[in-house]
Design a protein around this ligand. Structure first.
Ligand SMILES: NC(=O)C1=CN([C@@H]2O[C@H](COP(=O)(O)OP(=O)(O)OC[C@H]3O[C@@H](n4cnc5c(N)ncnc54)[C@H](O)[C@@H]3O)[C@@H](O)[C@H]2O)[C@H](O)CC1
Ligand SMILES: [K+]
Length: 514
């Protein structure tokens, strides 16, 4: 995303569904700015990006041809404005229109009438001699899968290898869910307006958009107060104001004491990854709760992280008497079964924060209600006490019906899971979604493919735990942890393994606090 601000407030990083975007449009027009003004600005923004793709102003003037594909609605209207702008700048443009232009209505008819160049039927497009395709077939108004003629046209463009600039959304992509309806363009760049849509960030949508440009076209941000969007891109503007950070003259206990449960002697590494990340991410103290048989293995490999025996519910009850223990990670390398269930229940009953991951999640596979009932009864002031961090397979174990419901987007699915479980749910993947039971949700957009490797999820739990132990509200803590994790991977670059992530946190904080 290009011109999105980093540091101000959540509405700067809001995502609007196509319906919410239509409301933004209506509110703006009702406020006295005409639809033509918006369309004019949108089309000119597209032309500007097209010129950049052609090599800068003048780059398109040397006999290169641009094909503008225009659909039956306002997305097509934008394409006509872009075409006329480029034509006036000396670019050789042809519009290929889905329908006779006298069938266009409203602002799109106005834009087509203002275009002075040549128009051909869509079927005449071959891609020959074409340097750029501007896709203005369908945007926010896509309502059904593309028909065969348009699907074939997309294949023609793909075969010709012509770069594609999509207006608002690559045609065929659902702006609400990121799903491909039948077939969709894979764009090199996508220009969208005002605020992006969930479909720009949810896969496979994100992979179809290429580089996303968000352009302002005259819609006033105060329409967001009326629309009150509940989904966001996960960027610091969303949680920066709520983040807990060390304060001058602060004590280590002010920064909270985090606990990570270790697995048995041969499965201790995951917990140490989480514990090391929690300490580096800002928890004041971190202790590994270890079964007796794993104490020596753990103690031999940690320094600032402490080790305590915790061998059963009685030990845990004794530890929970210490109110300074704020947040617990349970699951990485822990083993599936009754012990995980009992510990999770005890921690939630004691009103502490719990990040349940991996084996901790799988332990509730046949009885998720036991966990949910506990979490629903325990939400505190800063939000839920429970954070669930499943990948898709673990999600299916707790929410099989939601996982199977194909009509739900990843955003919808995660939101429903959060409401049902009373937890902040972090459904991982390239497009990790973080959702709270109050309906807020964020889609993460940073990170690298190197994160798809062993142990990185364990590190994530530690980063979230560090924020929870310091008192950051639950949703913001989870969002911040996910973002820091992705940013750490970006800062390290290629060749990353889980052990490298925490080492990037100082650089990440330096950047974040600059
Ligand atoms: N919101 C804004 O700020 C602005 C948006 N602009 C552009 O307008 C489009 C949305 O326009 P709209 O007319 O609502 O929808 P579309 O042009 O995407 O398409 C609607 C059109 O297409 C028909 N249709 C839908 N799906 C299919 C299909 N699969 N096959 C065939 N036909 C289909 C539907 O029946 C309608 O006739 C937005 O994306 C922006 O590009 C403004 O120009 C600027 C302000
Ligand atoms: K489009």
């Amino acid at each position: 995303m290009t011109d999105a601000p980093i540091a101000s407030g959540p509405y700067d990083v809001a995502l609007l569904t196509p319906d919410e975007m239509a409301s933004a449009d209506r509110l703006t027009i009702a406020g006295g700015i005409s639809g033509r003004t918006l369309m004019g600005a949108a089309g000119r923004a597209v032309a500007e990006v097209a010129q950049a793709m052609l090599g800068g102003p003048g780059g398109g003037g040397n006999g290169v041809r641009v094909a503008c594909l225009a659909g039956p609605g306002n997305n097509g209207g934008d394409a006509f404005v872009a075409a006329e702008t480029l034509r006036c700048e000396g670019v050789d443009v042809v519009v290929f229109s889905v329908c006779d232009i006298d069938r266009l209505a409203g602002d799109a008819a106005w834009a087509a009438a203002a275009y002075r160049g040549s128009v051909e039927p869509l079927g005449a497009f071959t891609g020959d001699g074409c340097a750029l395709v501007i896709d203005g077939l369908f945007g926010a108004g896509l309502s059904r899968p593309l028909d065969a003629e348009i699907a074939n046209l997309i294949e023609t463009v793909e075969r010709a290898g012509v770069p594609v600039l999509a207006i608002d959304l690559p045609s065929g992509l659902c702006g609400r869910s990121g799903a491909v309806l039948g077939k969709a363009f894979t764009a090199d760049r996508t220009v969208t307006f005002f605020r992006p849509k969930p479909g720009h960030f949810l896969e496979p949508g994100r992979s179809h958009c290429g580089v996303l440009d968000v352009r302002q076209i005259g819609i006033a941000p105060d329409v967001l107060e009326t629309i009150a969007p509940r989904q966001f891109v996960n960027r610091p503007a969303l949680w920066r104001a709520d983040l807990s950070l060390p304060v001058d003259a602060g004590h280590k206990y002010d920064r909270g004491h985090a606990v990570v449960f270790s697995g048995s002697a041969s499965r201790t590494g995951a917990a140490r990854l989480a514990a090391g990340a929690a300490l580096r991410a800002g928890a004041g103290l971190v202790t590994l709760f270890s079964p007796a048989g794993a104490i020596l293995v753990n103690a031999a490999q940690v320094t600032a992280v402490m080790v305590e025996r915790c061998d059963g519910e009685r030990d845990l009850a004794r530890h929970l008497d210490d109110s300074r223990l704020k947040a617990f990670v349970l699951g990485p390398g822990f083993g599936v079964g009754g012990t995980a269930r009992a510990y999770a229940t005890q921690i939630l009953k004691a009103g502490r924060f719990l990040i349940l991951d991996a084996d901790g999640i799988s332990s509730f596979a046949d009885r998720p209600e036991e966990l949910f009932d506990e979490a629903l009864g325990q939400a505190g002031e800063g939000g839920p006490n429970l954070v669930l961090t499943p990948h898709a397979g673990e999600f299916k174990r707790l929410f099989p019906d939601l996982a199977a419901k194909g009509s739900l987007s990843k955003l919808d699915r995660t939101r429903e899971a959060a409401v049902r479980s009373g937890a902040v749910v972090v459904l991982k993947g390239r497009d990790t979604v973080i959702a709270a039971p109050d309906g807020r949700a964020a889609i993460n957009a940073n990170g690298t493919p190197w994160l798809a490797s062993a142990g990185t999820g364990d590190v994530l739990t530690g980063m979230i735990c560090a924020q929870l132990s310091q008192g950051t509200p639950t949703f913001e803590a989870a969002c911040a942890g996910v973002w820091m994790h992705g940013r750490s991977a970006e800062l390290f670059g290629p060749g990353l393994i889980a052990e490298d992530l925490a080492g990037q946190l100082p650089a990440m904080f330096a950047e974040l606090l600059a």
